[in-house]
Design a binder for this molecule. Structure first.
Ligand SMILES: [Zn+2]
Length: 471
């Protein structure tokens, strides 16, 4: 796969009905939907669209054996081949429409679309006065020692949870001209849910089952759409597009763009989960929507710390089991986790446990293909932050010698190439289903660090629903 053949696909889901995606809170007769669309769910929805058109969707039919049908082979390449498939990552809630509408007043500025991401575990919010905003603690806070209090009133703080949407000035499409520290805009997004109560139907009598009432907290918010970015090779994208075109399903118009009618989540027979998925091929090899990778790496170099922030759970399987000595754990996080994903870190790359913030969770789900629950697996939670440094960083070792400068430039190139691969490949297991998705040096950690960014205004979260205002 050549470097030039790598692209990103913008995937936006426009819901047409409420949806119910499992994995949220559950107790007795109440089930609550998650407020985002996991990669495995949208991948399953797209696969179902293609398989159904061919009559290959279980239980009506099944995928022909490898080699017996060219179309089936193309399907496998696009969805299952570790090296060639499109990596379909999660779609996060963002406000409907463009950030431009509100910001247009400022002359000469163009604004791109919102992109969404899970709140990092390092984000904090004032307990006494939530309107004091969200701030971030991943990087040291200048002038702050001891326990972390609210930067405005010094009151106690709690972890901030939920989703953030980010809008970068569109001028950053040309990163070499954009200043790193320019003001950026963040919004907290909390898609609204509502409760629907249903009667359980007995399969055999097809009548209401006595005593079987249950409630679903479904996501129903007209102000929110769901967006993600999928790394792919040019060839894989063309393959996916032609597979979709060949289904014979009409591409339907959604928000003036052509898209595909897909169904996500559960309770679809009751009309939930319908929507339009719009796929757009984007130019450029860098992760879209954020400042260019080179810029973000430079931010890390200035700090001498590189943050890898998980956008989705990182599944490690049994890879860490039995590792008890400090050196083996350090080596695993510094080298082996990357080797497992086929990546080679630059010399001196090492994990910084004291600055990493990790939390364990579990992932599971329902396999639509098999009509069976998926296995429950431990995973590092989305929002976890892995911190790294480059031992003997060029800036520390820089001397007047031209030779040393050349080496520093080489190390910088090697580092950027490695981190670009981390963003494209992801880490851990089940990467094709969107797990282990990583953003390198997320600007939030800089922008929301009190007292760091010159123009910084911490993202202020108020109210709820898709229209939450920020600072
Ligand atoms: Zn406060």
């Amino acid at each position: 796969m050549t470097e030039s053949g790598l692209i990103w696909i913008e995937a936006t889901f426009y819901p047409d009905s409420p949806f119910m995606i499992g994995g949220g809170f559950e107790s007795q007769n109440l089930r609550e939907s998650q407020t985002f669309i996991p990669g495995s769910v949208i991948r399953g929805a797209l696969a179902a669209l293609i398989l159904e058109a061919r009559g290959w969707l279980w239980p009506a039919g099944e995928l022909p054996e490898a080699g017996s049908d060219p179309l089936a082979d193309r399907f496998c390449r696009t969805f299952l081949d570790q090296r060639r498939a499109v990596r379909m990552t999660a779609l996060f809630p963002v406000p409907q429409g463009s950030p431009r509408t509100k910001e247009e007043k400022e002359p000469g500025e163009r604004w791109d679309r919102w992109i969404g991401f899970p709140m990092p575990l390092t984000a904090r919010q004032c307990k006494a006065n939530p309107e004091h905003g969200i701030f971030d603690t991943a990087l040291p806070i200048p002038g702050h020692t001891g326990g972390i209090g609210c930067p405005r009133c010094r009151e106690r703080v709690a972890r901030a949870r939920g989703w953030l949407a980010y809008a970068a000035p569109a001028t950053e499409e040309t990163p070499e001209n954009a200043a790193v520290d320019r003001e950026r805009h963040y919004r907290k997004v909390a898609p609204a849910r509502r409760t629907v109560t249903r009667v359980g139907i007995n399969r055999f009598t097809e009548t209401a089952e006595k005593g079987m009432l249950y409630s679903l907290r479904v996501v129903d918010d007209r102000h929110v759409v769901y967006r993600g970015f999928w790394p792919a090779s040019e060839a894989a994208w063309e393959e996916l597009e032609s597979l979709l075109n060949e289904t014979g399903w009409p591409a339907v118009a959604g928000q003036n763009e052509r898209g595909w009618a897909v169904k996500v989540g559960g309770n679809r027979a009751r009309g939930f989960g319908r929507g339009i998925l719009v796929l757009r091929r984007l130019p450029g090899a860098d992760r879209p929507g954020l400042p260019g990778l080179m810029q973000r790496v430079q931010m890390g170099q200035q700090e001498q710390i590189f943050l890898l922030t998980l956008q989705s759970p990182l599944i490690l399987g049994d890879m860490l089991l039995g590792r008890e000595s400090e050196s083996s754990i350090r080596r695993w996080w510094s080298q082996e986790i990357f080797a497992q994903a086929g990546l080679t870190p630059p010399p001196g790359w090492e994990w910084v446990p004291e600055l990493s913030v990790l939390e364990w969770s579990t992932v599971s789900g329902w396999s639509q293909a098999w009509r069976l629950p998926k296995a429950v697996q431990p995973a590092l939670a989305a929002g976890s932050v892995l911190a790294y440094r480059l031992a003997g960083t060029p800036s520390a070792a820089a001397t007047a010698a031209a030779e040393a400068t050349a080496t520093a430039a080489e190390v910088g190139q090697q580092l950027t190439a490695f981190l670009a691969q981390v963003e494209r490949n992801g880490l851990g297991l089940e990467r094709l289903a969107g797990f282990g998705d990583v953003v390198v040096c997320h600007p939030f950690h800089w922008d929301a660090n009190p007292g760091r960014a010159r123009n910084q205004r911490p993202a202020t979260a108020t109210a709820k629903g898709g229209r939450s205002e920020v600072s």
